[in-house]
Design a protein around this ligand. Structure first.
Ligand code: IFM
Length: 470
C-alpha cells in the first residue's frame, strides 16, 4: 500500500468545462453563431457530423449540473462564457445571454462553489470571423469590450478571471492546420492570430485590473512536454527546442518577459508578417497576472530525423511554414513510446506534469510570486457503461491518480501549485472528434441527457473531500 499524499491546506479542487462543449441551446435567447457552429456544420470537419447545437443541454440543466458538482464535493467550477451568447454579433450586448451566466453564478455561489470564469474558450462569434477573425487586430479590441461587458454583470460575484484558454490551439490549430475552427491554413495568419490573442489578453487584463484591483486575473496555456529521442543527438535536441519554442515559449516569453524569443522569430522568419508587433504591444501583453493556468494531458518524444512515413506530414507543415506540435516538419518527428495511450492516442506521461510545473515555477512564475493552477488534466477512454449507465472507469481513475501524484511531487519540489481542475465534469463535444471521445467523470447519455457519475467521479469526490490521495 502506498503512502497517502496530503495536499496543502486550501488546495482548490475543481472540475472544468467550456461553453460550446456543453451548453447547447445554440439558437436560443438570441445567441449568435460562432465559428465552431459553422465549422462543425461543414461536411467532413467533425466526426459523424456532430455539432454543439444540443451538446449536454447544460443551458437548460445547469441547476441539476451544479447540484451534481456539490454532490461530488467540488470546491470550484471552471466554465467559459460564450461570446456569441453575450454579444451575438461580437459587439451588441444580449442581456438574455448575460442573464444565463448570472443565474449560473448565483447557483454556484448558493452551493458554496467558487466560480472560475474563462472568457474565451475558442468560440469566436462568426460575425467577427467574417470581419477577419483573430488575424485581424481589431478582434483584440472587440475582446476588451466583451470582457468589460461580462465583468459589468459578473464582476461583483466572480473573483477568478481567465482571459483565454489555450491560445496555441486557437491560433495554430485554427489558422495554420485547419483542424479546428475556423479551419484556415495560412502560416502568416496563424502568426497574426497568436499575436492578437496575446494582445487581447494583455489589453483585457489591464482594463479589468483598472476596473477592479481585487480580481485574480490570469490566462490558461496548454503545454507540450517534449523529450529528445536521443539526448546526445544535436538534431533531436533541436527538435525539442523548436517544439518547446512553438508550443510553450511562444506564449510564456511575451507574457512573462515582454519579448518573443529570438530563436522562435528566426524559425518563423519566412512567415512572420512585417509590422505585426506595434509599439506598446509587448508592454500590454506582459501586464502582470495573478495566476497561470496550466493544461497538461500528455508529452512526446521527438527526433530531428524524419522517417519515411513522416514525409506527408512534413509536406503539410512546409505548406504553412509552421513547425507545430502536431504536424511533423522536416526537422521534427514524433517517436511513439511503448507506454499506455488514452483513447485520444495520447501517451500517459505523468512525470511530464511534474517536470512542467517545476520548470514553470522556476523559470517564469516563481520569481514573480505567481501561483500555478492545473486548470485542465484528464483523459478520454472508451467507456463501457452497464445497463444502468454506470461506468467502472478504472483507466481514467488511474490516469487522474497518477497525475495528482505528479502534482504532489511538484509541490514537494517547491512548485507553488494551488489547485487542480479535472477535465471534464461531463462527457461533452470533443471538438473535431464530436461526441466520440468521452473525457467526463460523469457519463452523459446523449439520447436522454441522463447524467451518471462514473467510478472516477465517486473517487474524485473522496479526494476533494479529504484533500489527499491514497
Ligand atoms: O476538450 C479539450 C478542451 O476544450 C481544451 N483542452 C483539451 C481538452 C481535451 O482535448
Amino acid at each position: 500500500m502506498s503512502t497517502p499524499k496530503v495536499f496543502p491546506e486550501g488546495f482548490l479542487w475543481g472540475s472544468a468545462t467550456a461553453s460550446y462543449q456543453i451548453e447547447g441551446a445554440a439558437r436560443e435567447d438570441g445567441r449568435g453563431c460562432c465559428i465552431w457552429g459553422t465549422y462543425s456544420r461543414t461536411p467532413g470537419m467533425v466526426r459523424n457530423g456532430d455539432t454543439g447545437a444540443v451538446a449536454c443541454d447544460h443551458y437548460h440543466r445547469y441547476v441539476e449540473d451544479v447540484a451534481l458538482m456539490s454532490d461530488l464535493n467540488l470546491q470550484s467550477y471552471r466554465f467559459s462564457t460564450s461570446w456569441a451568447r453575450v454579444m451575438p454579433d461580437g459587439r451588441t450586448v444580449n442581456q438574455a445571454g448575460l442573464d444565463f451566466y448570472s443565474r449560473l453564478t448565483d447557483e454556484l455561489l448558493g452551493r458554496g462553489i467558487v466560480p472560475w470564469l474563462t472568457l474565451y474558450h475558442w468560440d469566436l462569434p462568426q460575425a467577427l470571423e467574417d470581419e477577419g477573425g483573430w488575424p485581424s487586430r481589431d478582434t483584440a479590441y472587440r475582446f476588451v469590450e466583451y470582457a468589460q461587458t461580462v465583468h459589468s454583470t459578473l464582476g461583483d460575484r466572480i473573483s477568478y478571471w481567465t482571459t483565454l484558454n489555450e491560445p496555441w490551439c486557437s491560433a495554430f490549430l485554427g489558422y495554420a492546420e485547419g483542424r479546428h475552427a475556423p479551419g484556415r491554413t495560412d502560416g502568416p495568419d496563424a502568426v497574426r492570430a497568436a499575436h492578437h490573442l496575446l494582445l487581447a489578453h494583455g489589453l483585457a487584463t489591464s482594463d479589468l485590473r483598472s476596473r477592479d484591483a481585487d480580481l485574480s486575473l490570469g490566462i490558461t496555456l496548454n503545454f507540450a512536454d517534449t523529450t529528445p529521442a536521443d539526448p546526445q543527438d544535436p538534431g533531436d535536441l533541436d527538435a525539442v527546442r523548436r517544439i518547446d519554442g512553438m508550443s510553450n515559449r511562444y506564449f510564456l516569453d511575451p507574457l512573462f518577459r515582454g519579448a518573443y524569443a529570438p530563436d522562435i522569430l528566426d524559425d518563423l522568419r519566412n512567415v512572420w508578417p512585417e509590422g505585426l508587433v506595434q509599439d506598446g504591444d509587448l508592454e500590454a501583453i506582459s501586464t502582470p497576472i495573478d495566476v497561470l493556468g496550466v493544461n497538461y494531458y500528455s508529452g512526446s518524444t521527438v527526433s530531428g530525423s524524419p522517417p519515411e512515413e513522416a514525409h506527408a506530414a512534413a509536406d503539410a507543415a512546409r505548406a504553412t511554414g509552421i513547425p507545430s506540435a502536431h504536424v511533423g516538419s522536416e526537422h521534427v518527428t514524433f517517436v511513439p513510446q511503448e507506454v499506455e495511450h488514452t483513447a485520444m492516442d495520447w501517451e500517459v506521461r505523468p512525470r511530464g506534469l511534474t517536470d512542467l510545473l517545476v520548470r514553470l515555477h522556476r523559470d517564469y512564475t516563481g520569481p514573480a510570486g505567481i501561483p500555478l493552477y492545473v486548470t485542465e488534466n484528464g483523459a478520454a477512454y472508451d467507456d463501457a457503461p452497464d445497463e444502468t449507465g454506470f461506468v467502472q472507469d478504472d483507466d481514467r481513475l488511474a490516469y487522474v491518480h497518477s497525475h495528482l501524484g505528479a502534482v504532489h511531487d511538484a509541490l514537494e519540489a517547491g512548485a507553488d501549485v494551488r489547485g487542480y481542475f479535472l477535465w471534464s465534469l461531463l462527457d461533452n463535444f470533443e471538438w473535431a472528434y464530436g461526441y466520440d471521445k468521452r473525457f467526463g467523470i460523469v457519463r452523459v447519455d446523449y439520447d436522454t441527457q441522463q447524467r451518471t457519475p462514473k467510478a472516477s467521479a465517486r473517487w474524485y469526490a473522496t479526494v476533494a473531500g479529504s484533500n489527499r490521495i491514497d
